[in-house]
Design a protein around this ligand. Structure first.
Ligand code: CA
Ligand code: CA
Ligand code: CA
Ligand code: CA
Length: 462
């Protein structure tokens, strides 16, 4: 028995290694400007004479970690009484470094930061060596067609200006990326196609991304004082690797198709979110408890909550609460609830939010009415937000620029007791909404009892 187990583990190890290598090769195709995992820099600009700007550079970084194997950084004080700090991969104690870029300042203080990748460490000027790199940012299979930025935290509004130079100061492509920070923003993936960058001088998209002489990122901390923002990665990716998909199940418990026509729906993430967080993925994560996206990488399913769903049947109506963040102008929310649990959103009252529009960022409660005959049980729901009307008003539409999809399952009309026990353990750590509904004391005791019985059984089998 033990020998068989070790052979199984050996095979598993080989398979896992092959998978890891395949995955590694696939991701090596992307061009990372910087993951901020190497090359510690600490800049502190303040109002002291001679320190209105602070600059530094690192060189000879490992190939592949930082574009051009070098990085120049600049921090600029603008106003206020505290330091303007730019910390890249700094020591956070115990010999551990942060593996991220952090730009921060105190209350009342404003400032800016600039990071340049041009292969040079000369900081006598804060202008790039415009033809220092000559790299091909499109180089990948599939070809990189977009810039990717992974933001970890931001507490106020800011702008990231990305500029790629093609050999001279007047020949460049540029994109101003708005970030709408909040104390609760913890992860936003952003992807902007090269063709959407402005073109200056002799720059022509997208072919000239094959001859990028220098890349520059400017962080504007003058829009709001007291900005703190953390960035984990800047690079070039195929757009299709960074999309926002749903996680409705594609099979019912009897393996019949369910919601399969909705699996292809996706958004191209550009900062407009349900809730505060959005992590990109390369495909849908269909899952029985609509938590495949929750469990994949960062849990970004934070935009919609069902209020007291156990009381919904008796009340005749229910309340949901949803939050929109990163909205410029007016944005549009759509929602569907599969009241009769037949695997579609086509029946009476199932399209509950129809291009709901309001300007700016907000949280909103909404009463939903369900058809008579709606019974106690699990119901699936899909919500989408997009920046223009009639673009995400279909639960299946794909390729929506900006916005997010979030899928949920709620138990309405009571508290489930006779459900598959695995569902409790599978969902307990990942889906706060579901946990609140399902984890009664009896269920906790039952899960503990079954876990104990399984452990005994396994012990006897060894
Ligand atoms: Ca979200
Ligand atoms: Ca996601
Ligand atoms: Ca239905
Ligand atoms: Ca989900």
């Amino acid at each position: 028995m033990k020998k068989l187990l070790s052979i199984k583990f050996g095979l598993f190890f080989v398979l896992a290694t092959v998978l890891l290598m395949t995955f590694g090769i696939a991701y090596a195709s992307a061009v990372q400007a910087d993951t901020f995992n190497q090359g510690t820099q600490r800049l502190n600009a303040n109002s002291s004479p001679g320190n209105e700007t602070d600059s530094g550079a690192v060189s000879s970084l490992p190939p592949g970690n930082t574009l051009g194997n070098a990085r120049k950084a600049f921090a600029y004080w603008d106003a206020g009484g505290t330091n303007v700090n730019l910390d890249i991969d700094t020591n956070i104690g115990g010999g551990v470094t942060s593996n991220e870029l952090s730009f921060s300042m105190g209350s009342g203080t404003t400032g800016q930061a600039k990071v340049i990748w041009d292969g040079s460490t000369d900081v006598t000027t804060d202008q790039p060596d415009y033809d220092g790199l000559n790299v091909d940012l499109t180089s990948a299979n599939p070809e990189n067609d977009a810039v990717y930025v992974k933001v970890l935290d931001a507490d106020h509004q800011t702008s990231l200006m990305l500029t790629a130079f093609g050999g001279s100061a007047t020949n460049f492509g540029q994109k101003d990326i708005a970030i709408f920070g909040d104390g609760d923003l913890h992860r936003v993936d952003l992807v902007y196609r090269f063709v959407d960058f402005s073109e200056e001088g002799g720059w022509s998209n997208p072919s000239s991304w094959e001859n990028v002489g220098a890349l520059q990122m400017d962080i504007d901390g003058t829009i709001v004082d007291d900005l703190d923002i953390t960035i984990d990665e800047v690079g070039a990716r195929p757009t299709e690797e960074v999309r926002e998909y749903g996680d409705l199940p594609e099979l019912d418990p009897s393996n019949n198709p369910k919601y399969d026509e909705y699996q292809g729906a996706y958004h191209i993430p550009q900062g407009l979110t349900l809730g505060y967080n959005l992590d990109g993925e390369s495909g849908p994560n269909p899952s029985r408890y609509a938590n495949g996206d929750n469990n994949n990488d960062f849990d970004d399913e934070d935009g919609v909550v069902a209020i007291d769903p156990e009381a919904w049947i008796a009340d005749g109506s229910g309340t949901i609460q949803f939050r929109v963040n990163g909205c410029i102008g007016s944005c549009f929310v759509n929602g569907w609830i599969d009241w009769n649990n037949d695997g579609d959103f086509l029946d009476a009252n199932e399209y509950v939010l129809q291009d709901f529009s309001r300007a700016g960022n907000y949280i909103r409660s909404l009463t939903v009415n369900y058809p008579s005959g709606t019974t106690e049980g699990w119901i699936y729901a899909r919500f989408r937000v997009c920046p223009t009307a009639a673009t995400c008003n279909d639960p299946a539409v794909a390729g929506v620029v900006n916005g997010e999809i979030e899928d949920y399952v709620w138990y309405i009309g009571g508290t489930p007791t006779a459900v598959n026990l695995q569902s409790f353990s599978a969902d307990a750590t990942s889906n706060n909404v579901l946990v609140g509904v399902t984890m009664g004391l009896a269920a906790v005791l039952l899960v503990g009892f079954v876990a104990l019985a399984l452990r005994r059984q396994r012990h006897q089998a060894e």
